[in-house]
Design a protein around this ligand. Structure first.
Ligand SMILES: [Zn+2]
Length: 156
């Protein structure tokens, strides 16, 4: 995993972002999900850029870019994409800890990375990975939210 730390990002915040990115990769590379890579390979493939510029986070087949501005400000609201904002598993959440808002954002962006990087070579994603927030994306994100992020929501 190559980690790029932009100006204004502390080592602590960078490490927090990396921790959640690794948790997401560890889950989605379990054999049950049939991705064409194992955890070690996926870790090797992913570039994580952490910045603090007040922009949106984003992702592509090369990696994810996480903007930690919202986390630094202590935001407690996770605003999801309108098409699934009301979904009980992958939707928006209110009054959660800033770390779990960040974790959800990372899970969202890792899902984009997985869809574009491995979608073409994954049996159940092949035909539905292309649409940015379409079916394939939502299935990946549903796995990551339900297994990696949401279990922590009950703690608060
Ligand atoms: Zn997105």
């Amino acid at each position: 995993m190559r980690v790029i730390q932009r100006l204004g990002v502390s080592a602590k915040d960078r490490d927090l972002a990396v921790k959640w990115a690794k948790r997401c990769l560890r889950e989605i590379t379990r054999k049950d999900y049939e991705l064409p890579v194992d955890y070690a390979q996926a870790r090797n493939d992913l570039v994580v850029t952490v910045k603090r510029a007040g922009h949106r986070s984003s992702a592509c087949a090369m990696g994810i870019t996480i903007d930690i501005s919202a986390y630094s400000k202590g935001t407690s609201a996770l605003l999801e994409y309108p098409a699934f904002a009301r979904d009980p598993v992958i939707g928006s959440r209110d009054a959660i800890t800033p770390e779990l808002v960040l974790a959800s954002t990372i899970a969202h962006e890792v899902s984009h990375f997985v869809q574009y990087r491995y979608g073409p070579d994954t049996r159940w994603l092949k035909k539905r990975f292309r649409k940015p927030h379409g079916e394939g994306f939502q299935e990946i994100y549903r796995i990551l939210r339900s297994k990696v992020v949401n279990p922590h929501l009950q703690d608060v």
